[in-house]
Design a protein around this ligand. Sequence first.
Ligand code: HEM
Ligand code: HEM
Length: 170
Amino acid sequence: MNVKRAGLTLLLDLGLLGGMLALWSFNLTGLALHEWLGLALCGALPAHLLVNWGWLAATTARLRASLPWRTRLVYLLNASLFGALILVLLSGVLIAEVTVPGLAALAGNRGFWRVLHTQASNVTLLLVALHLAVYAPRVVALLRQLAPTARPSRPPRPPVHPLGTRVQEG
Ligand code: HEM
Ligand code: HEM
């Protein structure tokens, strides 16, 4: 991965995480900002999936073959997180009051979608934390790619006398 792509990937991840932190803090953002942020996440999430499409497609194709149990577990975690996010986003737009109020008519029992929204949002809290823990080494690897590769070598320091004074050379 080149430096530009690593930077963009990290920027997107940071946006996703920042967005989620704000979405979990409903009392801090208020309703209107909460709804707009939630809708923005509907765009950021597919972008994240596309960036990581290589892993997702390759692992899905190998699910029936032999795969290490750790990879299967990570796949299960990612799939659960995806499912929970779909539930939160779907129930969110069905109870929306500011951005897409027209959709509430489709919801029927608003109370049901509201409880689902809150509970699924609690589940995403746990799953995103696990997701970040699993991919922490990958974040570190991406950050390393952004760091300057070759450091200018320092000139050798003159030897120091045991009493603390510099030894005169020549
Ligand atoms: C991952 C995305 C989302 C998360 C984590 C999330 C999380 C939350 C949380 C924690 C609350 C407070 C629940 C409570 O106090 O019981 C809430 C309320 C709410 N959310 Fe979301 N939300 C998300 C997306 C959305 C979207 C996309 C919309 C609509 C466009 C939306 C609309 C609402 C509404 C209308 C409420 C107020 C419900 C009420 O009190 O009647 N949310 N959300
Ligand atoms: C809003 C929630 C999410 C956040 C904050 C998040 C964050 C991250 C971060 C920081 C990384 C490591 C750096 C990178 O490669 O981008 C990562 C990797 C990854 N994420 Fe997410 N993610 C989220 C949701 C999801 C979901 C729902 C999936 C779903 C299926 C997913 C699949 C992946 C995959 C496949 C990788 C890397 C695989 C690899 O190449 O090793 N993420 N995510």
